[in-house]
Structures are given as structure tokens and as C-alpha cells.
Design a protein around this ligand. Structure first.
Ligand code: IPT
Length: 936
């Protein structure tokens, strides 16, 4: 007894668990703190401008860098990342952090790119992921999810025990870049403070020492807790805000449907943190993501995020999503999304930059430039402009003023802004907003006021270079203070200047890019670039050890490195054309190639860059076809399938018949499942009633003794949110006369297309534990007992993970894999029968090196109803196409799964509910740039 206790103490001490073995806490590499105004790193105020990115929605770790560099290039200084528990854990106790799950690599890449990370490991994440991030196996764990029930607690502690140490070692306090740690997600109803507290205590126990936050949404009136005080309180409560809601189909008319943005503080002593700020939308009504990009387009982006800066004084933002990505495999929660999670984001699913990206860049550069002043402001009286709304904040230390001028109406307004001694003309388009700056130290200059917005200002080669901008044709005025009249040279454009009482006033109309050199007056020289917002967006900025640089003319600037005498740029070009570089150096290389340049009157270097090479994609021909579904044949051997004989389940949903046929009960959580029910016929059978719950977009197909009886749409069980949903899917199938012989064997074969698990939004288990698969089965006209067997995914794919494959015969037999020998399959015809048919072909790619080519698989148009195609590229399930699934016709083939220089195999499972004509896809180029992550 005694010896045992001594041994235990010794073991604890050796494990570092006892006082003797506890290592002294290392000095943090950096310290994170905060006050009511902002976060601080080593005492320096930080304005957090994050974009949300889901690595699990881009199965190509080399392209994570591409997205992160693109975010960084838009002026984002942080990336917000959910970690999807289900993506890493296909079975209890099984965790995978390799390959496309290598989050250590992700966090390392973010560090290298120079982005802070807001780490969001849930355990519940929502995010339109299957189960809201909960693994399917959690449905079999007793105890309410998102509570302190013991079963759930053990499960999430295991997850956090795996993910937290990875996050912990990448914290900024240890030399990494993780700045904030987000527990749970919109945990606002049915809350359990002990659980919320344990998440934090557990994280602290795992070495998380950065501030802990949580994100709450959206209507404070319905919150049980704000987690601002009391048990479970976090340090920095964050707020989610989606002012445009999600009705993409009505993009043209929606404006602020869900409110005017962030205006309140949750706590007085912490910064206002917009933990999720709408930057796109899920396509709930199948309008297509271009409509979502319009719903949350440039006008929205100019108006709402800018307003937040001044209305709330928020100094930390995460824009959801910066890049949406792809719900490949069975990653998606079925009710709100289909394969694409493009989200209408600033960077498209095909990784292309949009007009919205330009707007985020204008704001990102602005925030970067003014962060020193904007991170500590209080509300002040604003200059007025009739017909427009104005609101202002000022920094009490340096006096900088930030004036929001916005036009809530839809018609353009021309007015006069009475700002100090000045009456400036201002013109705003409908639903437009500006943040104007006055009383501000613009590098070595003194900006009195400007009706142009600041893009950026840098000190380059001993002078200030400032870029200011406004709407095309709108009037602009900028006033700078000098001790004596400076020399003003208008290099380009039309700018008039007056000097009076130490104030140099420049008046102009925003058109193109005017260039003004201001020298003398007691300050260092200034190159003032006054352009349209479009011209402003053509600039890129990057920091080097020798100071910042500005670049114009490339499609992207990934990074800049100062080498002795030379500036080395990594940049993309979408077409051949001029490049202009503002640098203190004398020579420039782009992607390792020396670029001949000449010096311009503006003091910049001007050269020319080549564009990308053309890309030819091969036609997809030589399709072979193989009919599947041997499971439908009466003689199929299912003896190794699991016997479905359970009589109870943890789901609140009561089975309509016995036994319980819910697929999760038998360990099949992903994609299609097959059922075979055997009984002895009486000859009196009239019909079979089969109910299946699949989640939205699912269906099921039924055979009796090998005869196809038909199909039905899968059900979505009524839940507290959607009581009107048909509950549950009901299919009634007549038994054909003469099919069953009295005393003879009968086999029902049912293929159920499960579409992923519901979320747990309401933290009450009703949605999350909703079953998948058959929930009721009755042979009408017979009392004979039915013996059921079930089969789903045969094995977890060690590379692609547990969400890649379902239980179709072809999936179980390896027909999806590139190595499968299909040479005995006949050539594909033009039609398929009802049921499952596989198509396969191979193609060779040899895409140009040194450039980024984005390839999509394109179906010609919406498919006929009752037809769905599940697409596998080299074994990776990259898309589901079908009228009942969604409007999507283009499916991204990301480099990685796509061998851009090699042989590729496509396998498509067609599941047709009636005989259909075959639709085979083609390939298309969605974008090409010289450069790219590999090329540069
Ligand atoms: C917010 C969730 O926090 C996030 O995970 C995601 O689901 C997003 O919605 C929608 O895409 S919740 C808010 C819209 C009520």
C-alpha cells in the first residue's frame, strides 16, 4: 500500500507532475496583454485584421501558403482558423495530424508568412461542417454534447489533449504566432458554465497562455450568458455579426437585414472584438456563390466594416470567410451547404482575387498604416455634412481624428464637410462610406485633413510616399502643414495648390493617378499619389528588413526581400505588362529573374514583366462504365456485414420500427450505407414502407429481390428550428405482383445516401443526434420477421481520412483509386439505368511550371433531376453534382490531389433514380498567373 503510494508520487515527479519535477516556467518570448482599447504585443498596440481560413477545406497543404500569402498581401495581419475535430478523428481515440491534416505545418506556414493566428479548436465549431465539427462517433457517446456530462467531457478532453499542445507550441509567447485562443462557438443557449470553464482550464493545463476569447452571435436578447463575467467567463468576449444575413438570391435589395453592425461593448475593460464579421455568405437558397459575393460585395464591404471602426471603436476583427474553400468528401453539414464553400469570399474557391479583395486590401493597408493612432481612440464630436451621417473618434495622445462619413441612402449625395476652418466638397455614392483622417502624423508629414482616404504611407529611400484615394470623378482636397511654403511639382494629373498660414491645400478630382512631389517646407520630401480607388488597389506593399516597398502592376505581391543593392520580389502576373517599384534599392528581381528597369520622374523603378503561358487541357475521353449495386441481387453474400439488431439508441429520435437501423449505431457515419433485410415471403405482401433520414439533399433507392422499386427523398427530421420540415422521409413502394413466392426468400436492398450530420447549434442534442439511415421499415401485408444487415464505409482511407469515402460497392472495392485496373470495363454508353453506375477515365497533364494554374472540372449545365454524380480525382472525393444537391457545376481540382504534371484518374459514381442520360464533365482553367507558390 505504502510502497504503491511512493511509486505513484515518484512517477508523478518524473512525469513533471509533482513539484520536484516541475520545470521552471520559461520566460515568454513575447507577452500579450490588452486594455479597453486594443490587444498589445510586448506593450505595442496591435490592430487585428484577420481573415478566416479553413485548412480542412483545401486538401492541399502547399496551397495553404498560397491563401495565407494572398491574405497577407491584402493587409490582413492575422488568420482565424477553426480546427475540425471530425476531420482529425474518424473513430474514438484515433487522431490524425498528418498530410492534409498537418496543422503543425499550417501554423508554421502562418508564422513564416507573418500572420497572427486566432486558434478556434471548438470543440464545437459549427462552420457548416458535418456535426458542426463533432465526429459521427460522438453520437454514440452518452451525455449531452456541449455540456459537462461525463461522456462528452472525456471525449472533448481527448480531442483538446491532441490539438491544444500543437496550438500551444505555436503561441506568440513561445515564438510562434498564435495570438488568441477561442473556446466553443456561439454558445449562447442551453449553456453550461462548468463546461465553458473546463474548456479554459483544460487549455491552460495544456499550456495555452494567450488570452482566451469566445464568439457570440448575434442578438444579445436571447443570450443565456455573454461569458463576460461569472463562471465560464472568457477574457475577451467576441461578437459575431452578419448584417446582410444569407439571402443571396435577393442580393440586389438586401441592406443591413440583420442590423447596422457592431455598436456595443460587451465589457468595458477589454477591446471590442468582432470575432466573426460577415465577409460572405452561405448559399442557403441555392442562388449560387456569385450572388453571395454580390450580397456581401464591395458596397457592403465599404460600408459595414468601415462603420464598425468608428461606431464601436473595435480594434480586432476577423472577416468570415477570407477564403471559403471546398466541402470535399463528406465534410459538409448538409442543411446549409453543398460541395462548394466558396462563400462569396474575397478570394474565390478557385483561389482568384476579386473586386472585394481589392476593397479589403484598401482597408487592410489603411489599417496597417494608421494602427498606431487608431488602436486607442475615444468618441468625439464629428464634423457635419448635410445629407450624410458623420461620426468621429480621436486618439487622446496624438490627436489623430478618424471621421466616418457615410451615406445610408441609395442615391449619391454631394455635400459640404465642415471640418475645422475648411468647407470641403464631398460626394458619396449610395451606400458608401469613408473614414477620413485629420490631425495625423503621415510619416514625416502633418496631415491636417483630407477628403481622400489613406491607402498607405511609407518612408522609402529617405522620403515619404503616400497613396490617397477616392471614388472616380469625386472631388478631393488634402491639407498638409508646413513651416514655410514647400516646393510643389505636379508630375502627373491635375492638382491645384494654395498655401496659406502654414497650410498647403491641394484640390483635385480623383481620376487615374495624380503624382505630386512636395519638397522643403521644413519636412522631408513627400511623393503624394492621389488616385481613384481602383488605382489605389493596383498598389501592393510589403516589408523588408531595409524598410517597406510599394509595387504596382503585378497581380499579387507575395513577399519582398532586401538583398544588398537588390530587391527580390515574389510576385504573380496575370498578363505581360509594366511593373513599377518604389524602393530605396537600385535593382529588382521578380521570382528570381533580374528585371531591367529605368528610373521614373517619381523616383520609382519601371520595368516589364512577362505573363503566364497558355494552358491546354486535354479533353476527357475514353470513359469506361461499370454497373454497380451487386447488393441489390438476392444472392449477394452479406454474411460479413454487421447485423442490425440494436433495440435502443442515444438519439432523442424514437425509431419508427424495431430494430434500430440508424447507421451511426453500427459505426457507419459517412456517406452511403447499404441495408439488406431478409424475410420469408407469404405472398400477401402489398408494399414496403421505408423511412430514411439523410439530412437535406439525400435520397434512398430500394430493390426487392433484385427488382428496382424506386426511390424517395431522404427526410430531415423536424427539430426545434424547423418544425415544418417533413418528418421523416417516407417512401411507400408497391410490391410487384408475383415477385414474391409464398415461403420463398425475400431480400430488400436499400441504398441510403446520407449527407453528413446536422450541427448542434442549439446545444440540445436534438439536431446533432438526429439519426442517419433507415429509421423505419415495414413490409405491409406480412408479419414475417425481417433480419437486417448493414454496410457502410469499409475502411478509413489512411491518406484522405475518414470523411472521404462512403459505403458504395465501388468505394469499398477500390474503384475510386487511381491504381484500380479498369481495362476490362466496357466503354461508357450514353445512358445509365436506375441505380449506381461508375464511370472512369484517365488523363495526362503537363501544366507549365513557374506558374499557378487553377483547374476545375466542369459539368455542362444543371443535371436532370434524380441524377447525382460523386466525383473522385485520384481517389479524392472532390464534388457532388446533382439537381437535388445544389446549383454547382464547376468543381475545383486543387494541385496536390490533381497531379499537374502526371497521370490522373477520374472516377464518378452516378446514382440515378431512373434511367438517365450520362453527363460527363470537361476540364477548364479558372485562372492562371505566372508565379504562384511553387513558381516564385
Ligand atoms: C456563424 C458561425 O459561428 C459560423 O461557424 C458559421 O456557421 C457562420 O455562422 C455561417 O457561415 S453563426 C451566425 C450566422 C448566427
Amino acid at each position: 500500500m505504502k510502497v504503491g503510494r511512493i511509486l505513484l508520487v515518484l512517477a508523478l515527479a518524473l512525469a513533471g507532475g509533482g513539484p520536484a519535477g516541475a520545470p521552471a516556467a520559461a520566460e515568454p518570448v513575447h507577452r500579450v496583454s490588452y486594455d479597453k482599447h486594443s490587444l498589445m504585443v510586448d506593450g505595442q498596440r496591435v490592430l487585428v485584421q484577420a481573415a478566416e481560413f479553413h485548412y480542412f477545406r483545401l486538401p492541399s497543404p502547399e496551397l495553404w501558403r498560397d491563401i495565407l500569402e494572398k491574405e497577407k498581401a491584402a493587409g490582413f495581419n492575422a488568420v482565424s482558423v477553426y480546427f475540425d475535430w471530425a476531420f482529425h478523428s474518424p473513430a474514438p481515440g484515433v487522431y490524425d495530424f498528418s498530410g492534409v491534416r498537418d496543422v503543425d505545418r499550417l501554423l508554421r506556414t502562418a508564422e513564416q508568412v507573418g500572420l497572427y493566428v486566432i486558434a478556434r479548436p471548438g470543440p464545437y465549431i459549427n462552420a457548416e461542417t458535418s456535426g458542426g465539427g463533432f465526429p459521427g462517433w460522438l453520437k454514440l457517446v452518452p451525455g449531452r454534447a456541449r455540456s459537462s456530462a461525463p461522456g462528452y467531457t472525456a471525449a472533448y478532453r481527448d480531442w483538446l489533449g491532441h490539438i491544444n499542445p500543437i496550438i500551444a507550441r505555436h503561441q506568440i509567447t513561445r515564438g510562434g504566432s498564435v495570438l488568441l485562443y477561442n473556446v466553443e462557438n456561439e454558445y449562447a443557449v442551453n449553456t453550461d458554465a462548468a463546461y465553458m470553464q473546463d474548456l479554459q482550464d483544460t487549455a491552460r493545463g495544456h499550456g495555452i497562455d494567450v488570452p482566451i476569447t469566445t464568439n457570440l452571435c448575434c442578438d444579445a436578447a436571447s443570450w443565456t450568458s455573454t461569458w463576460a463575467s461569472g463562471p465560464g467567463a472568457v477574457q475577451i468576449p467576441g461578437v459575431d455579426d452578419y448584417p446582410q444575413s444569407f439571402d443571396c438570391g435577393n442580393a440586389a435589395t438586401v441592406w443591413g437585414a440583420w442590423g447596422a453592425g457592431i455598436t456595443e461593448r460587451v465589457r468595458d475593460d477589454v477591446p471590442v472584438f468582432a470575432a466573426e464579421y460577415q465577409a460572405g455568405a452561405i448559399d442557403v437558397n441555392n442562388a449560387g456563390y456569385e450572388a453571395c459575393r454580390e450580397l456581401t460585395g464591395v458596397a457592403y464591404t465599404r460600408y459595414f466594416p468601415k462603420s464598425n471602426l468608428i461606431t464601436s471603436g473595435a480594434t480586432a476583427f476577423s472577416h468570415y470567410m477570407g477564403f471559403g474553400g471546398t466541402n470535399w468528401g463528406w465534410l459538409a453539414q448538409p442543411n446549409d451547404v453543398y460541395t462548394s464553400y466558396d462563400y462569396g469570399a474575397a478570394i474565390t474557391e478557385t483561389r482568384q482575387l476579386t473586386a472585394k479583395y481589392d476593397e479589403y486590401k484598401r482597408q487592410g493597408y489603411f489599417l496597417h498604416a494608421v494602427a498606431g493612432s487608431l488602436t486607442r481612440t475615444d468618441p468625439v464630436a464629428a464634423p457635419a455634412a448635410a445629407g450624410l451621417e458623420t461620426l468621429a473618434r480621436a486618439n487622446p495622445d496624438d490627436g489623430a481624428q478618424f471621421v466616418l462619413v457615410r451615406n445610408p441612402g441609395t442615391a449619391a449625395v454631394s455635400s459640404t464637410l465642415d471640418w475645422g476652418p475648411y468647407a470641403f466638397p464631398v460626394t458619396l455614392a449610395g451606400h458608401d462610406a469613408k473614414v477620413l483622417v485629420g490631425g495625423y502624423a503621415l510619416g514625416g508629414q502633418r496631415l491636417v485633413a483630407s477628403t481622400s482616404e489613406i491607402l498607405t504611407h511609407e518612408t522609402i529611400g529617405g522620403r515619404d510616399v503616400a497613396v490617397l484615394h477616392g471614388n472616380q470623378d469625386a472631388p478631393g482636397a488634402t491639407v498638409l502643414r508646413y513651416s514655410s511654403r514647400p516646393r510643389v511639382t505636379v508630375l502627373e494629373g491635375q492638382v491645384t495648390t494654395t498655401f496659406d498660414a502654414g497650410h498647403l491645400r491641394l484640390d483635385y478630382t480623383h481620376t487615374g493617378l495624380a503624382r505630386v512631389l512636395i519638397d522643403g517646407g521644413g519636412r522631408r520630401p513627400l511623393l503624394l499619389l492621389l488616385g481613384t480607388s481602383e488605382a489605389a488597389a493596383s498598389f501592393w506593399r510589403a516589408d523588408t528588413a531595409a524598410g517597406p516597398v510599394l509595387v504596382r502592376g503585378t497581380a499579387l505581391l507575395r513577399s519582398a526581400t532586401a538583398r544588398p543593392g537588390t530587391l527580390a520580389l515574389r510576385a504573380d502576373t496575370a498578363a505581360a505588362g509594366p511593373v513599377e517599384v518604389f524602393t530605396g534599392g537600385r535593382a529588382v528581381t521578380v521570382n528570381g529573374e533580374r528585371v531591367p528597369t529605368r528610373r521614373t520622374p517619381s523616383g520609382s523603378l519601371l520595368g516589364r514583366l512577362p505573363g503566364p503561358r497558355p494552358v491546354a487541357l486535354p479533353a476527357l475521353t475514353g470513359w469506361r462504365q461499370h454497373a454497380e449495386a451487386p447488393e441489390a441481387a438476392p444472392g449477394f453474400d452479406d454474411s460479413r456485414w454487421a447485423l442490425a439488431d440494436k433495440t435502443s439508441s442515444l438519439s432523442p429520435f424514437a425509431p419508427l420500427t424495431q430494430p434500430v437501423l440508424f447507421s451511426d449505431e453500427y459505426g457507419f457515419h459517412t456517406g452511403s450505407v447499404w441495408y439488406r433485410g431478409r424475410f420469408t415471403a407469404t405472398g400477401g405482401e402489398t408494399s414496403v414502407s421505408l423511412n430514411a433520414i439523410t439530412g437535406k439533399r439525400g435520397n434512398y433507392l430500394v430493390w426487392l429481390n433484385g427488382r428496382y422499386l424506386g426511390s424517395a427523398a431522404g427526410g430531415v427530421q423536424a427539430d426545434s428550428d424547423a418544425p415544418a420540415n417533413p418528418s421523416p422521409g417516407a417512401g411507400e413502394f408497391a410490391v410487384p405482383a408475383g415477385l414474391l413466392k409464398p415461403g420463398g426468400p425475400a431480400v430488400l436492398s436499400v441504398l441510403v445516401q446520407n449527407m453528413g450530420h446536422n450541427d448542434d447549434w442549439t446545444a440540445d442534442d436534438n439536431r446533432f443526434r438526429q439519426p442517419r439511415g433507415l429509421v423505419g421499415a415495414r413490409v405491409n401485408g406480412s408479419a414475417a420477421p425481417v433480419t437486417w444487415r448493414i454496410q457502410g464505409t469499409a475502411a478509413i482511407d489512411p491518406v484522405r481520412g475518414g470523411l472521404n469515402n462512403g459505403g458504395l460497392y465501388g468505394e469499398r472495392a477500390g474503384w475510386t483509386s487511381p491504381g484500380y485496373a479498369d481495362r476490362n470495363w466496357p466503354s461508357a454508353g450514353t445512358t445509365v439505368p436506375a441505380g449506381v453506375t461508375w464511370l472512369r477515365t484517365a488523363f495526362q497533364l503537363d501544366l507549365p511550371s513557374g506558374q499557378d494554374t487553377s483547374v476545375v472540372l466542369r459539368f455542362a449545365g444543371p443535371p436532370p433531376a434524380g441524377y447525382r454524380a460523386v466525383v473522385y480525382l485520384n481517389g479524392w472525393q472532390l464534388g457532388q453534382y446533382g439537381a437535388e444537391i445544389g446549383p454547382q457545376t464547376d468543381f475545383v481540382l486543387p494541385a496536390g490531389p490533381l497531379r499537374q504534371n502526371g497521370r490522373n484518374t477520374l472516377a464518378i459514381a452516378v446514382i440515378a433514380t431512373s434511367p438517365s442520360s450520362v453527363t460527363t464533365p470537361t476540364q477548364a482553367v479558372a485562372g492562371r498567373q505566372r508565379g504562384g507558390v511553387q513558381g516564385s
